[in-house]
Design a protein around this ligand. Structure first.
Ligand code: MG
Length: 384
């Protein structure tokens, strides 16, 4: 790989899991970091800022004490507030790795694409909730939208060199989560700890619960629709408990291409940065011997959020934003012990019924829908 072909990086959500792994990839491949952003002015961010003295720094939601400390210790301008992340994301000629958690990542994603940058997107909410807004920003600004999510990176790699018109279907793999094989009736009284025990990926609490309900897979179906432009009829989900095949593409001639590898986020992060090139990675040669790969259909009755996600995706516009906001509220209520596991889809379905569909043209529209859906979902969660 020619290093000159790789853009310098803006890393948003720098202290989180995706951010830290991005810094590791950048360090290994000697790619310059021009800007770093995070939500809080933590010790971790300060340490990263000291390690990259040339980088611009932004803190989106600092306390007063953090502002004073950062200004004093770094001896240079530090941007505070949400606009600071967007300002960094608009730095010309960069690849912006967006690992910000939650809806706060949307404006930075729009800023990156509007500025014509490459956006390496790990912030699922950006695309699920703000799909139409991001699409418009990509078209107007000429930016490039590349996935960091392992399934979508797998699809991108299977699609390399192919014509999109030659695709019959995209097949997203799902681990099935900790409750694979359980029927709907036995899921009512599962505990938070059981739901947090994901079999193959170590992730934050919300995405782990979203994996247990298959909501995460529905979000990924919506992401795939926006990323690759295929209809929902041509995007499928298959359960693959080993998490070795990260997704597949079937072509019109009957050929299938699959992407295999260890479940390790450094691989898709690096591919989004070096795309369309490849660079050496940190993993040892893959051991194929004795490997047993199995596939089964998802249990749509036990995990109704998968089909609710498809329905919201097909309705389009604001429906996926409502889905995302309602799910976040429902998952938090479950984690807090306020509702049971089986109530999560009920809160989400009820919220989708009650919030009217509207057109999304700018970030403010997404923020408004998000707020309305949260309030309806909180009310419904309180009634469970
Ligand atoms: Mg994924």
């Amino acid at each position: 790989m020619d290093r000159a072909a790789v853009n310098p990086l803006v890393v948003l959500g720098a202290t989180g899991s995706i951010g830290m792994q991005t810094l590791e990839v950048a360090d290994r491949l000697d790619i310059p970091i021009v800007a770093l952003g995070a939500r809080r002015g933590s010790d971790d961010l300060l340490a990263i800022a000291h390690a990259h003295p040339e980088a611009m720094i932004a803190v989106s939601a600092p306390t007063g004490a953090e502002q004073e400390r950062f200004a004093a210790e770094l001896g240079k301008r530090v941007r505070f507030g949400l606009d600071g992340l967007s300002e960094l994301a608009a730095t010309a000629g960069t690849t912006v790795v967006n690992g910000v958690v939650g809806a706060a990542g949307l404006s930075a994603s729009v800023a990156a694409l509007s500025a014509g940058n490459r956006l390496a997107l790990a912030n699922k909410e950006s695309l699920v909730a703000g799909g139409p807004v991001l699409q418009a920003a990509r078209e107007q600004g000429g930016g490039e939208l590349l996935p960091v999510d392992s399934e979508h990176s797998a699809l991108l790699q299977c699609l390399a060199g192919e014509e999109i018109t030659a695709v019959r279907r995209l097949i997203l793999t799902a681990s099935g989560g900790p409750f694979r094989g359980r029927d709907a009736g036995s899921l009512a009284d599962v505990t938070v700890d059981e739901a947090l025990a994901h079999p193959t990926w170590a992730m934050g609490p919300r995405i782990t619960i979203d994996s247990a309900t298959l909501m995460n897979k529905a979000f990924e179906v919506i992401e795939a629709h926006y990323l690759f432009g295929l209809s929902y009829d041509d995007i499928e989900v298959v359960v693959h408990p080993q998490s070795i095949v990260h997704s597949l593409v079937e072509f019109v001639d009957g050929s299938l291409k699959a992407h295999l590898g260890e479940p390790d986020m450094r691989v898709p992060i690096q591919y989004a940065i070096t795309y369309p090139h490849r660079a050496p990675g940190p993993l040892s040669p893959f051991a194929l011997s004795d490997l047993a790969l199995t596939f089964e259909p998802p249990d749509r009755a036990a995990f109704p959020l998968l089909d609710l996600g498809y329905q919201a995706g097909r309705r389009g516009e604001s429906a996926p934003a409502v889905l995302n906001a309602a799910d976040e509220i429902a998952v938090q209520a479950f984690l807090d012990g306020r509702i049971g596991f089986s109530a999560i889809p009920k809160v989400v379905a009820g919220t989708l019924e009650r919030v009217d569909l509207r057109k999304l043209t700018e970030v403010a529209d997404v923020v408004a829908v998000d707020a309305e859906a949260r309030s309806v979902a909180s009310e419904l969660a309180g009634m469970c």
